[in-house]
Design a protein around this ligand. Structure first.
Ligand code: PLP
Length: 360
């Protein structure tokens, strides 16, 4: 077996332990004689899997009882529509534009009502998080929307915006379970799981109960109402059953690792190795202002397209894959999610040092 160091932004590396356990259970899940992929989502054995997964994420994030945890489909992108459809009672919402994903959510919301951009960092290719301490949020806005970690640009809010009493909605796709969060500060926390938690196909929505109502925009399809899924404990229709099972295993792995405070320490330690190297390198440079750097996604450039391409190729040949940056930033991006071992980052930095010495 030869596993690479996979720096993909998502779908991304998962804990080896989880993958091995799933492989062991592939043909016969706990004496059921079948794979989780083959079993009815209405069976007792599957009910135990989804209930346990919910319990474990509740434990990990310390989710209060007045929040529902929903396991849905449609990816994070479907939430761009579901959020306004379910929450825009006054047909108004404030969006903070810190990257392409926030912008897509903002554009989608404009279909349903008056989505207002109250801050943006587009002027500098989204390389920073705008000052959100005193935003001009319309009084009647139904919510304030952020993308908390910007996968493409490598920025992260270190402090949540001052929403002036409005409900905060956050896309945490690329920082889900990477550090502790105070769930009570949000109305909705949601994310696709394919970066930090599991295989593509599952989106987790943590939503405060008072936001789950029948009072949704006219024409909202049954499948796009939070109430439909909340009332049925995520089993209104066939859920992404196998994906949820893997998420459950990752929750157990995170608990075994010591929970989210320990993950935060590990993630800080890993990111520091890479950022410290970038800060002293004469060849590689980080693209984000220091105070807004993400612990999960680290974009960097050499400033020379050909050299970037040479680096990406040689790195891949050496077993460090998926380092090519997003086309809008160029250069490289190392995504170092929970399951990326410290050793992977150390070895990458060693490789970068060697590359710098050879190509100076
Ligand atoms: N939001 C963020 C922060 C992302 O990084 C991504 C995908 O990379 C998305 C949303 C879109 O997710 P999906 O492909 O699950 O719709």
């Amino acid at each position: 077996m030869s596993r690479v160091y996979n720096f993909s932004a998502g779908p991304a590396v998962l804990p080896e332990e989880v993958l091995k356990e799933a492989a062991d259970e592939m043909l016969d899940y706990k004496g059921s004689g079948m794979s989780v992929m083959e079993m009815s989502h209405r069976s007792k054995v599957y009910d135990d899997i989804i209930k346990e997964a919910e319990k474990d994420i509740r434990d990990l994030m310390n989710i209060p009882d007045n929040y529902k945890v929903l396991f849905l489909q449609g990816g994070a992108s479907q939430q761009f529509a579901m959020i306004p459809m379910n929450l825009m009672k006054n047909k108004k919402a404030a969006y903070i534009i810190t990257g392409q994903w926030a912008k897509k959510a903002y554009k989608e919301a404009q279909i349903y009502g008056d989505a207002v951009a109250v801050a943006s960092s587009e002027d500098k290719t989204f390389s920073y998080i705008p000052d959100c301490s005193d935003l001009d949020i319309p009084e009647d806005a139904d919510y304030v929307y952020i993308c908390e970690n910007n996968t493409i640009y490598g920025t992260k809010y270190k402090k949540l915006p001052n929403t002036k009493g409005h409900t905060l909605v956050a896309d945490v796709s690329s920082c889900f379970l990477s550090e502790p969060v105070d769930v009570t500060k949000y109305g909705i926390i949601y994310g696709g799981v394919q970066k930090n938690i599991g295989p593509a196909g599952v989106v987790i929505v943590i939503i405060r109960e008072d936001l789950i109502t029948e009072d949704v925009l006219p024409g909202t399809p049954t499948m796009l109402k939070y109430k439909t899924h909340a009332d049925a404990d995520s089993l209104y229709n066939t859920p992404p059953a196998y994906g949820i099972y893997i998420c459950g295993k990752v929750f157990k792995w995170l608990k075994k690792m010591g929970g989210l405070s320990v993950m935060k320490e590990r993630n800080e330690e890993k990111a520091k190795i890479l950022y410290d190297f970038l800060d002293q390198s004469k060849m590689f440079h980080g693209t984000v202002v220091k105070e807004d750097r993400s612990l999960m996604n680290v974009p960097f450039v050499t400033g020379d397209k050909d050299l970037d391409a040479k680096f990406v190729k040689e790195a891949a040949d050496a077993g460090f894959v998926n380092l090519k940056g997003h086309r809008t930033v160029g250069g490289m991006r190392a995504s170092i999610y929970n399951a990326m071992p410290k050793e992977g980052v150390e070895k990458l930095v060693e490789f970068m040092k060697k590359f710098e010495a050879e190509n100076a």
